[in-house]
Design a protein around this ligand. Structure first.
Ligand code: NAP
Length: 294
């Protein structure tokens, strides 16, 4: 039986994920806070533009969310609850705290449905290609029930444990992203000071042991001062605050996360919050005394 699926939150990630659900023949309805985005996508994909989140829930067996932060997930859950049908599964692809996932799950389960936290990694490129890494927390049987929905957006689906375990895994991922961003910026600033052709550096080191997704995808644009998102710096800042809170509770030090939070705060104060996280290079190029300021 086809799972009638709805999508709430048609931003940089949500819109291409919804497109892949439509390609898989699963998408029934969409809703977005800014209505024009929903109207446009509903027309493009020939699906229903729901009047509001509870109208969307009324039409669907599976409701997907991809919104910004903790409060936005809880607001969206409250808004869809009146329309929730018994057995409906809500999948939250947003990056939020494990605590928010548990609060959301309690509300959905009390309403007769079930909830999976399913944060993703792979950027807008992965969202477009349907190859995202999906880190799932929740009931294993529920995951199996909605597997086709997860597989329409993901190349790797991993069940990490109970509700909240997906978000905990994503927190680990975000700490890694902070370290990789810092390492790539430090290395590129060093390479520039050495007078190397950075396009050639990126090309050759990407093929070796230092190769990584961020360098390959963002390296060529960041060295040209192009910081189109991608992944907005303000969103990674939000994620690293979640990581910091989780680490403080466990008394685990996260020095790279702390440095990155401080650097992002500086960039946000300078008005770069809507840029891609690779805008971190602005600070590294400015700090490199052998190079001209950007
Ligand atoms: P985005 O482009 O800023 O889109 C955010 C979406 O959430 C928009 O559709 C926005 O609606 C909606 N929204 C925000 N607050 C809302 C609220 N209170 N109620 C209803 N809708 C609300 O962000 P994104 O890049 O798609 O990221 C979405 C989530 O995925 C975030 O949690 C992010 O951390 C995570 N993520 C992003 C990436 C990436 O590379 N971009 C990768 C992995 C995970 P409007 O259109 O009205 O603003």
């Amino acid at each position: 039986m086809t799972l009638q699926t709805g999508f709430i939150g048609l931003g940089a990630m949500g819109a291409p994920m919804a497109r892949n659900l439509a390609r898989a023949g699963l998408l029934t309805a969409v809703w977005n806070r800014t209505p024009a985005k929903a109207a446009e996508l509903a027309k493009e994909l020939d699906v229903t533009k729901a009047a509001d989140p509870d109208d969307l829930a009324r039409r669907c067996d599976v409701v997907c969310l991809c919104v910004s932060a903790n409060a936005d997930v809880l607001e969206s859950i409250a808004a869809l609850l009146p329309g929730l049908r018994p057995g409906t599964v809500v999948i939250d692809y947003s990056t939020v705290s494990s605590e928010t996932a548990r609060l959301a799950a309690a509300k959905i389960r009390a309403g007769g449905g079930d909830f999976l936290d399913a944060p993703v990694s792979g950027g807008v490129e992965g969202a477009r290609a349907g190859t995202l890494a999906v880190m799932v927390g929740g009931d294993a049987d529920t995951l199996e029930k909605v597997r086709p929905v997860l597989e329409a957006v993901g190349g790797r689906i991993a069940h990490m444990g109970d509700v909240g375990a997906g978000q905990a895994t994503k927190a680990v991922n975000q700490v890694l992203c902070a370290g990789i961003n810092q390492a790539v910026c430090e290395a590129l600033a060093f390479g520039r000071a050495l007078g190397l052709d950075l396009d050639k550096v990126i090309d050759v080191v990407s093929k070796g042991a230092a190769g990584n997704w961020f360098l390959e995808k963002r390296g060529p644009t960041m060295i040209r001062g192009s910081f189109e998102p991608g992944f907005k710096l303000s969103l990674h800042h939000k994620d690293l605050n979640i990581c910091r809170e989780m680490a403080q509770n466990l008394d685990v030090p996260l020095p790279l996360t702390e440095k990155t939070l401080a650097d992002y705060r500086r960039l946000m104060a300078e008005g770069h919050d809507e840029e891609d996280i690779s805008a971190l290079l602005r600070l590294w190029f400015q700090l490199d005394r052998n190079c001209q300021k950007n």
